[in-house]
Each structure stands twice: as structure tokens, then as C-alpha cells.
Design a protein around this ligand. Sequence first.
Ligand SMILES: Nc1ncnc2c1ncn2[C@@H]1O[C@H](COP(=O)(O)OP(=O)(O)OP(=O)(O)O)[C@@H](O)[C@H]1O
Ligand SMILES: [Mg+2]
Length: 159
Amino acid sequence: MTSVVSKKIISKKTDDTLTLGKSLGQKMIQKTSIALIGDLGAGKTTFVQGLAKGLGVDKNYYITSPTYTLINTYPADPFTLCHLDLYRLGSVDELEFIGFDDLLEDNHIIIVEWPQILNDISFKFDLEINFEFDDRYNRIISVHASGQAGSNLLSNLLL
Ligand SMILES: Nc1ncnc2c1ncn2[C@@H]1O[C@H](COP(=O)(O)OP(=O)(O)OP(=O)(O)O)[C@@H](O)[C@H]1O
Ligand SMILES: [Mg+2]
């Protein structure tokens, strides 16, 4: 099987982004890390809301950007969904305070808004998802896989 390393969709409305996240969540079979890259309001948190649905997070949890707490976690049996927003992180040294190293173990699905600061520690994500606006305010969402686990997951995602 050839490895799929990138896929792209045009999301015309909030629901399209939710559906994409949900489809990905339904395909997850092992711990996975995902970087979400895009401007304010581009749809990163919306995507996480869909992912949570696909993973079976209880619908009573309302998922918002953890802009001040930096991390929120949600039970998603057999996984734990760890949603990070590093917009306000001053330096990688502060990762210690949120217990970042502990997140890298177990059945954790780690999804990070504003992940750029993690380049400083050469952190590698299985998937990187870019959100861009087109001139009609649609979101162009492109998913890039790196490594075998990421590309297997992406291959299974029907777009
Ligand atoms: N196609 C679309 N995909 C995603 N969100 C959309 C779309 N069209 C409109 N929206 C709206 O845009 C907003 C996106 O907000 P969201 O919180 O997901 O952005 P964000 O990328 O997480 O921003 P921030 O960097 O501030 O955390 C929501 O209010 C959502 O309903
Ligand atoms: Mg957000």
C-alpha cells in the first residue's frame, strides 16, 4: 500500500470541520499527536470538538480553547484526549509546569493549538493540520502525515 502523506478539504461551514474531526476520531487506534496550525478563529478548536465526538467524549463536556489553563483533558475510553493551547506559553521551560512529559505516555491523543514553540524541543507530530481562509471565508484544511502511524491513519480517513 502506498503511504498517503497529505489530504485537503474545503470546509464551507462549521459542521464540515466538525465532521472532519469526528471522522478522524473514529479512526484512532493508538496514541497519536496532532498539531493544529492556523490563525485566530480558523477552526482549530472546532476541529477538536469534532474529534472529541469521534472519540466518544461525553457530550456534557463543552470543549473550548484552554488558552489560560494551557491544557484540558477529557476521558475518551480507551484514550485520554489532551487538548493544549500553547498561545500563551512563554518558553518551552514552562512545559514542565503542565507535566508535558507525562502526556507522552499511555493512550493519549495529544492535540495542540499554537504548537510552534514545540519546534524548540524538536517534538514530532504524527499529523499536522493547517487551516487557511480562502477569499470567501471557507477554511482550506490540509492534513499532513509524518511517520508510518500518521500516514496509516490518514490513509484510513475517507475524504
Ligand atoms: N468552515 C468552518 N470551519 C470551522 N469554523 C468555522 C467555519 N465557518 C465558520 N466557523 C466559525 O469560526 C469560529 C472558529 O473558532 P475556533 O474557536 O474553532 O477557532 P480557533 O482556530 O480555535 O481560534 P483560536 O486560535 O482563537 O483558539 C467558530 O465560531 C466557528 O463556528
Ligand atoms: Mg482555539
